[in-house]
Design a protein around this ligand. Structure first.
Ligand code: CP3
Length: 341
């Protein structure tokens, strides 16, 4: 018996009761997170404090016994390490400066110590984690990270990055390649420090036309998977191309990720038909159902389990948990996910 059921499923084993973790399970819906954040003063202060970040990674494991712990950090640590400044102003979202619409990548001064700082957290968590809990590292996928680097902030339609990709494809390709290179080093560093598997978050995969999706989502993801497999054999990679819709099947076949994350807009029964047989799938409860609770929540959990029950399935949300989520609804969801069907 594998001690970590989540890893067994990522390696292709079907289980009657799916292992479960939730994206953003460490964060603002937890009073113990809010207390530590108030004490330390801000989000980035938490990320770069190994003791605080390890503690926050473990908080949801202690409270709920999730089958996976996700490193507490952020996808924007990579641009920080590539030389942009990073600030999180409450209520405004993250900001990177200078934005690459105004500055050249070559003029930034790389700051790799920001990546090394995260490995200290990984080592602390790895030493403290229960034997049955899998430890997940992560990074943003190059397309999603580049959208923030180009605009200097989040945006509704990622127009600045999409325009740069059309107008200056060679310059944009160089940016994607640079992010991919740092990302491989960063993920390999997380593995060396103790994570068991990694997830690539491509949160803005849904904003690209099909040819652009191939070029800026599939190709760099495949390159990262190939290079990571060479350096860290046997470490599963979960790809999460949010909003990919009809591009999902191609993404699953061509990137060679070990598992695919589905967002809440994907019909799990369609995904079961469209995705390669036996490919592990992760998802895909609407995070808003955790606010609604009750029969709507329990019914949706059952439908997702039935639709994906014939293949290896990791239960998760379709996107990050909402900060207004009641603790009792997380407990109810876990009871439904872990009960016999
Ligand atoms: O999943 C986890 O629990 C692990 C930690 C984690 C965070 N961010 C912590 C965080 C992970 C995996 C991320 C990924 C991330 N960060 C993504 C990809 C996934 C997604 O949500 O689409 C993106 C796009 C970011 C960038 C980012 N970080 C934004 C846009 C924001 C501000 C908006 C928001 O939700 O607050 C953040 C801040 C952030 N990252 C918080 C946390 C817990 C909130 C910080 C706080 O106010 O305390």
């Amino acid at each position: 018996m594998g001690a970590r059921s989540l890893l067994a499923v990522l390696n292709g084993e079907r289980q009657a009761v799916p292992p479960v973790w939730f994206m953003r399970q460490a964060g603002r819906y937890l009073p113990e997170y809010r207390a530590l954040r108030a004490e330390k003063g801000g989000f980035l202060e938490l990320v770069y404090d190994n003791d605080a970040a390890a503690e926050i990674t473990l908080q949801p494991i202690r409270r709920f016994g999730f089958d996976g712990a996700i490193l507490f950090s952020d996808i924007l640590i990579v641009p920080h390490a590539m030389g942009q400044t990073l600030t999180f102003t409450p209520g405004e979202g993250p900001q990177l400066a200078p934005p690459l619409v105004e500055a050249r990548l070559e003029d930034l001064h790389a700051a790799p110590q920001h990546l090394a700082a995260v490995y200290g957290t990984v080592r602390k968590v790895a030493a403290a984690l229960p034997g049955e809990t899998a430890f997940l590292g992560f990074a943003g996928a190059p397309w999603t990270v580049a959208t923030y680097m180009v605009a200097g902030e989040g945006s509704r339609d990622q127009a600045a990055a999409r325009l740069m990709a059309y107008r200056e494809p060679a310059r944009f390709a160089a940016l994607i390649d640079a992010v991919a290179g740092v990302t491989v080093d960063y993920l390999a560093g997380q593995v060396a420090a103790g994570v068991h598997a990694v997830q690539l978050f491509d949160s803005w995969a849904g904003s690209l036309a099909p040819d652009e999706f191939d070029r800026w989502v599939i190709a760099p993801t495949r390159a990262i998977v190939e290079r990571l497999k060479a350096r860290c054999p046997g470490v599963p990679v979960i790809g999460f191309p949010k909003g990919a819709g009809g591009n999902l099947a191609r993404y699953a076949r061509e990137t060679r990720v070990d598992a695919v994350g589905l967002d809440e807009t994907v019909d799990p029964a369609w995904a079961d038909e469209a995705l390669p047989e036996g490919l592990p799938v992760q998802g895909n409860l609407d995070p808003l159902l955790l606010l609604a609770g009750g029969d709507a929540l329990a019914g949706a959990v059952r439908r997702i389990r039935r639709a994906l029950g014939r293949r290896p399935h990791v239960f998760n949300l379709g996107h990050g948990i909402d900060k207004e989520t009641p603790i009792a609804h997380v407990e109810a969801a876990l009871a439904a996910i872990r009960s016999p069907l």
